[in-house]
Design a binder for this molecule. Structure first.
Ligand code: SD4
Length: 291
């Protein structure tokens, strides 16, 4: 029995994102449209300081965004370190659909977005600017577990036709070095979709996710028979085994398979995800390795 359509996404901001994705899925719409519409809600929310508009800037005060999108035919598009564009997920989709490439970064990505009709927007809100100015007093870079604004949004959907798609978007680590790109726009790290098997995405310290090719591994483990939950757990175990110092190294994965089964797992307690299916839109606490 396949539970479809269904959509899951990381953290509490996933509730609103799911609701927008569900509007498309419930009317028989496709998963690609649903994942894009879903995460655009979070990108455009100025109150959210870890994604899109209102995202916390890098060390030098620039808001730089990372995003990627992948469909059921392994088509994918990604944007790294783009500035002044509110919805990088939609730019990533344009890269996927209108170019022979997968990834554009920096000034070239912005130039491409403007050519495609995206408007320039100042993404640094007063609140984020104030937070950055406060941070500058000490200039101490330290990732914080379960950052109060709950990090990246990754969203995975299975539509009525049985096709999977995923989207992932973030402003990355607050106060990162200028030019830093995390896992979120990297296909196979922050997001991976294989329509024969399932889809996965990641949140948390991107460097750790990249080191184990996180989301690709979760999908591969599901291909070999693991449930979404067990696959996420095994990927988290790899992160734990490969890092001597796990201080503040929070990483969470969520996964959705072809049958509409879902799961999530994190290094530390506190990670949760939103799940919208025919029955409800609810938050689910992910299992974790340690408190
Ligand atoms: C990244 N996974 O860029 C993303 C989000 C983040 O702390 O801000 N992590 O690494």
């Amino acid at each position: 029995i396949v539970a479809k359509p269904i959509v899951i996404s990381t953290w509490i901001h996933g509730m609103e994102a799911n609701a927008s994705a569900w509007e498309i899925l419930k009317n028989g719409g496709n998963s690609l449209d649903a994942v894009e519409a879903g995460v655009r809600v979070t990108e455009s929310d100025p109150e959210n300081s870890s994604v899109g508009l209102g995202g916390l800037p890098d060390r030098d005060g620039f808001v730089t965004l990372d995003a990627c999108i992948m469909d059921h035919e392994n088509n994918c598009g990604a944007i790294g370190c783009i500035q002044d564009i509110e919805n990088p997920i939609s730019v990533a989709r344009k890269v996927m659909e209108d170019t022979p490439h997968v990834m554009l970064v920096g000034d070239g990505a912005k130039q491409f977005a403007i050519e495609k009709g995206f408007e320039e927007t100042n993404l640094l809100t007063e609140n984020s600017k104030k937070a950055w100015e406060k941070w500058k007093e000490e200039s101490k870079y330290q990732p914080i577990i379960n950052s109060e604004n709950h990090d990246t949004i990754g969203l995975l959907a299975l539509d009525e036709s049985g096709n999977l798609a995923g989207a992932c978007t973030t402003s990355g680590m607050a106060y990162k070095l200028h030019g830093r790109v995390g896992d979120s726009p990297i296909i196979g790290a922050g997001l991976f979709v294989d329509n024969e098997v399932g889809a996965a995405c990641a949140t948390g310290v991107g460097e750790a996710v990249i080191r184990i090719a996180g989301s690709a591994i979760v999908v591969e483990l599901m291909r070999n028979g693991m449930s979404p939950n067990d696959a996420c757990k095994e990927a988290v175990n790899r992160i734990i085994n490969k890092h001597k110092d796990l201080t503040n190294m929070q990483v969470g994965f969520i996964a959705l398979n072809k049958f509409g089964e879902t799961g999530g797992y994190s290094v530390y307690e506190g990670f949760n995800y939103a799940q919208y299916d025919k029955n409800s839109n609810q938050m689910i606490d992910a299992e974790f390795d340690r408190n």
